[in-house]
Design a protein around this ligand. Structure first.
Ligand SMILES: [Zn+2]
Ligand SMILES: [Zn+2]
Length: 329
């Protein structure tokens, strides 16, 4: 007797994927993927739960995963496989249910026709209908199977959706247990049964996830993020009230400007003795004076190019030659 068990350490784990929601008409999807490390996967699970599910149909409801224990016989080997591969429908009772897996008769697997029959084996009392998603509502499919006596309904997702699942909405299906599984798992079961393999499944209630928690966390985050950003920007950019030393510096600067403006200004012309290069040159730029140069004459009688001495005085207040302070004289 061979067993194909998913061990508890590397059991399939739910990944909540935000990107998937909108891709499927705004519905929230879960992806069930086998992973190798429980610590990593449970961290990812928690992280991904935080990442969301703030959607109308799942908001406010807890989501329950379903453990499926699948057993079938190949030759004289019994193969058993346990995995958290399903999710209970929003209106399904959270109950353990088991039985032989039965397909709708005919080529169509969606069980939308109310006359659909199920090829249930004689020896089995309890049976579960395996139905394809699409063609009609979940409620309709589940009721069609329930009317034929199914103890539970397993609906597999559309082709191309891998092992993604989401909690179905199926009001009015009474006490029929309804679980969604991924398309890949569904196709695997479908092919086995179509080949004549007798498959039984035990559906057990798995773990609860609370999308509303992540909804509130997301709401809180949405509210807090701009607030934090605003506070940060406010602290970084708020206009600072000038303190007393800043005010004093500004006052001095204004006084220096006023003092500079009161200093004598002259424009040199041909014949001025200041033009003699052997006698005079500007100590700021070391250049000699030329006719038409504007020169500033300080109270100490030293003179310099206006363009050279004004910025100097503004920065230092003193004559570059004798250090006399223009504010004190
Ligand atoms: Zn100069
Ligand atoms: Zn001087």
């Amino acid at each position: 007797m061979a067993h194909r068990h998913f061990c508890s350490v590397c059991s399939p784990t739910l990944f909540w994927e935000q990107n998937e929601f909108k891709a499927n008409g705004g519905m929230s999807l879960l992806r069930i993927t086998p992973s190798t490390h429980s610590s990593v996967s449970s961290r990812l699970l928690r992280l991904s739960i935080f990442l969301l599910l703030s959607l109308p149909d799942s908001k406010g409801k807890a989501i329950w995963t379903a453990h499926l224990n699948i057993t079938f016989q190949v030759g004289n080997r019994i193969i058993s496989e346990l995995g958290e591969s399903g999710v209970f429908g929003n209106h399904s009772p959270l109950e353990r249910v088991s039985g032989a897996v039965v397909l709708p008769e005919g080529w169509n697997q969606n069980a939308c026709n109310s006359m659909t029959n199920f090829s249930r084996p004689q020896q089995e009392d309890s049976w579960l209908a395996l139905i394809e998603r699409g063609g009609c509502t979940f409620t309709h499919k589940i009721n069609v199977a329930a009317e034929k006596g199914a103890n539970g309904v397993i609906i597999y997702n559309y082709p191309g959706t891998g092992n993604k699942v989401f909690p179905m909405s199926h009001q009015g299906t009474g006490n029929t247990v309804a679980v969604m599984i991924g398309n890949l798992k569904g196709m695997e079961l479908l092919h086995l049964i179509q080949k004549g393999v007798y498959v039984t499944i035990v559906i057990e209630v798995g773990r609860m996830h609370m999308p509303w928690l992540s909804y509130y966390v997301m709401s809180l985050f949405t509210f807090l993020a701009p607030t934090v950003a605003y506070l940060f920007l406010y602290c970084a950019w708020r206009p600072r009230a000038p303190n007393s030393s800043t005010r004093r510096r500004r006052q001095i600067k204004a006084n220096v400007k006023k003092a500079i403006a009161q200093l004598q200004l002259r424009v040199l012309k041909d014949g001025d003795k200041e033009l003699d290069p052997n006698e005079h040159s500007c100590v700021v730029c070391f250049d000699t004076y030329k006719p038409q140069d504007a020169v500033r004459i300080l109270t100490c009688k030293h003179f310099f190019h206006k363009a050279c001495i004004d910025p100097w005085l503004l920065a230092r207040r003193t004559c570059p030659m004798c250090k006399c302070d223009i504010l004190k004289t």
